[in-house]
Write a protein that binds this ligand. Sequence first.
Ligand SMILES: [Fe+2]
Ligand SMILES: [Fe+2]
Length: 474
Amino acid sequence: MVKIIKARDKQKQSLARAEEKPKKHHKLIETTYRSNNNSDYTEKIEELEKNFKYSSNSNHYWSEPEHSMLYGTPIYEAASPAQKIALNHLHWFGMYNVVAASETETITYNQVTASVFAACGYETLSQMLTLETSQERSHIHAFHNIGHKTMKALLGKDAFKASIKGKLSQRTNKNKTRGLTTSGLPNLFDFQWKNSLADYQYYALRFIAKTMLASKNQCSSQYLSELEKTYTYKFIPASTTGLIGRGLSPPSMQRFFAFNWGGSPFLASQYYGLRMMANMVLKNTEHIRSKYFKKLEKKGDFIPAPTAVSYYHFLDESLHTTTSMLIARDLYKDFPQPTAYEKLTINLALYMMQRGILSGLSAVVPDRYYADDCSMMHFVYKILQSPLFGMPHQEAIHWVEKCFCEEHEGFQMTAKYHRRLRADCCRFYESFEHLWPVNREMSLMASEGTIEKAIQRNRKTFQQFSQFIAEIRS
Ligand SMILES: [Fe+2]
Ligand SMILES: [Fe+2]
């Protein structure tokens, strides 16, 4: 025991000394922290949220029209000007709903990893992550509040009724082999774990992780230990709606990875390689939204509140992206060389993320790249039947098939954004020597994210979807 404590103290001292050296990334971390502390973007978002009224923003586009739900589909061509504006607002809602869920996950992982860095003597970095966490709380609140008011105004009170989406998702997952979307992938990922089995599986994985990480006597997360003492492992937060939650699904795997992020400085820093993937997804779309804000500002036009929220969020997130980049790309070199176990863990996580959130193309949302479009199929069906379009069932199902199962301009737009995002990812990951080629080159993203494969998958999903809707209507 004494030996372990001495080894940890020694590692902490040497890491603290490393922080004292004037390395470039340490200075950049200091600068980023100062910039973030001095910025008032979060306060501006809070102010905009407080004064938001849908009626004061309802007649304006909140971003370029191409950033609208269903853009480029046959139904978009047939939509009225008012419906097109509503589809633009619905896209804002949908996108920031995912961002809010992702940032809820970020809050947990920031705290888990900040605690590791603090234990290693990186106080400034730990404080910066704490500041980011408080900013994320404000962002999430604003997205939920504006999104809720928007949905209520557009789709009425039925927008929040319990939906059939969950049942539908269970049905499609049960009936289809997941090889449908990920042919040729290891069976490990295709197994649908039942709850009790997942519990045992988590115990086993956690035991392996604990054994493998303990052998190195490293700094670990006090925050995670407290969390585990206070509750049980089941309460290490896990979700399925944010980008990381979706990528590292099922929850038992997410908890396993969370345990790893809190167990080693190398893995804590490489979690930020994963966070960087989410940062790049967001930047891919928010950069265009921020340009729209600048365009309106330059012309002296009215700026809708959600457009301004996107702009200030983009500025806050630019600093968060710099944090992810500095930790993942540079800071990890301060720590001892990774073990084979640590390399395997980060590669597995990145592979699952790539597979879960980047290996597809949505037919109806220009910046969504999940491997299946099942939940969007349900959402579009619901919108078409809402007062916004007022279609009867038969007509709605006809348009759903046309939009999801036939090629249209919307697919081309999504494919263009997807290619640009892949180029960003490749540029970022190419210098990481410890990554597998499939992760460095993002080859799964390239091979699975094609229009042909998206349509092929949608046709199978549509068959199950239409059959399910017919059953619940009969
Ligand atoms: Fe945020
Ligand atoms: Fe962020």
